[in-house]
Design a protein around this ligand. Structure first.
Ligand code: AMP
Length: 364
């Protein structure tokens, strides 16, 4: 189908979580159909999409049928195999590209990418085996964090090493059941601990014509490594904000992506910005944009991947977004009574501890 993809077209979404659900709702508002590809029955996105293919990400026949039914494909879940996105790329436009996904999925590649674009990262060393880890600890000293190179999220796949004698236990935890034999790709990385005054993120959108628009920096507080609140705007100086926005812009431009990229960063007490990681998809720290900006991250993503002009993402209200984790979703009455609160429920069937079940954004 010629660019732009017109309303009535179909957006394919790989992954069926809350980000896919909110993306599908934004797409529906703009007249697009959505087809979600996710191996989980009754996933949050499938409840609001036009069509759901419930199949494994390596089911090539199902992927081929999916490709035929959509005009463009995107992903809402970072752990969709890059090979799945690559397979689709040969059949239908995939935005952002599988390459952006591949870099973001591997902490070592991601760190190298940020160094290449001139952004600071935490000091780090690749870790292939326990001897590497011991040498890396001698280099970086403690405290440090051992992180799996791949498939980590919400604090999964990472262990803090406070003193060198914790190394063996950390290694056992991180390497349990994993294939550590591939000498070409490090299985894990060791990262020096950053003393930060706050954590921030910036979401950049890049359109098909190369235009970049950023949502302003927001401040994120994590509890047990899971995002707890996002406050907009972040309490940072205008210089720090400019630096953060510039990093997000360069990330989107260098990746050449069409779509969104969220860049998470630490701000040091001196106001310096150190990149932690990126996600080339909508992001939990962008949920506030649904209620506090002229356009939101999901609408902006639809615009980008369908070849429409990007909107100005100006913020019109201050906002605090709070995630509902696990059984926090059961007591929503206290939020509904205040009209400044905007409550979202993701439709997940079981409220496991730490699971993101919904969120509330309070405007002021
Ligand atoms: P990540 O999965 O890398 O985003 O880590 C989750 C959270 O752990 C971050 O948002 C930080 O709060 C904390 N964290 C991760 N890496 C570091 C680091 N190098 N120094 C300090 N805190 C970190």
């Amino acid at each position: 189908m010629a660019i732009p993809i017109e309303p009535g077209g179909t957006i394919g979404i790989l992954g069926g979580g809350q980000l896919g659900r909110l993306l599908a709702l934004a797409a529906a508002k703009m007249g697009y159909h959505t087809h979600v590809f996710c191996p989980v029955e009754n996933c949050p996105a499938s409840q609001v999409t036009t069509k759901h293919t419930c199949a494994s990400y390596d089911d090539l026949d199902a992927l081929d049928r999916f490709a035929k039914s959509v005009d463009v494909a995107t992903f809402e879940f970072e752990n969709v195999p890059a090979s799945t996105a690559l397979h689709l790329t040969e059949r239908v436009p995939v935005r952002p590209s599988w390459k952006a996904l591949e870099i973001a999925q591997n902490r070592a590649k991601e760190k190298k990418f940020f160094t290449e674009i001139g952004a600071d990262t935490a000091p780090w060393r690749p870790v292939h085996d326990f001897d590497n880890l011991t040498a890396a600890l001698a280099d970086l000293s403690t405290p440090a964090i051992l992180k799996t190179a791949r498939l980590g999220y919400d604090g999964k796949g990472q262990v803090r090493i406070n003193v060198s004698s914790d190394a063996q236990q950390a290694w056992d935890l991180i390497s349990a059941g994993a294939d550590t034999a591939n000498q070409d790709a490090p299985f894990a990385i060791l990262e020096g601990l950053i003393q930060f005054s706050c954590e921030i993120s910036v979401i950049a959108a890049r359109g098909i014509n190369g235009t970049v628009q950023c949502f302003e920096p927001v401040e994120n507080v994590h509890r047990n490594h899971i995002l707890h609140t996002t406050t907009a705007p972040a309490h940072i100086s205008s210089d720090t904000a400019r630096t953060a926005i510039n990093i997000a812009e360069r990330t989107a431009e260098t990746l050449g992506l069409v779509g969104l990229v969220a860049v998470e960063m630490f701000v040091t007490p001196d106001g310096d910005v150190i990149v932690n990681e990126m996600a080339p998809r909508p992001h939990n720290s962008g949920h506030w944009t649904l209620d506090a900006c002229q356009t939101d991250q999901f609408t902006q993503l639809v615009r980008a991947i369908c070849g429409l002009p990007l909107a100005d993402p100006l913020r019109h209200s201050n906002a605090v977004m709070t995630n509902f984790l696990g059984d926090e979703i059961e007591d929503l009455d206290r939020f509904h009574s205040d009209p400044r609160n905007h409550v979202y429920v993701y439709g997940k069937q079981s409220a496991r501890p730490g699971r993101k079940m919904g969120h509330v954004t309070k405007l002021s």
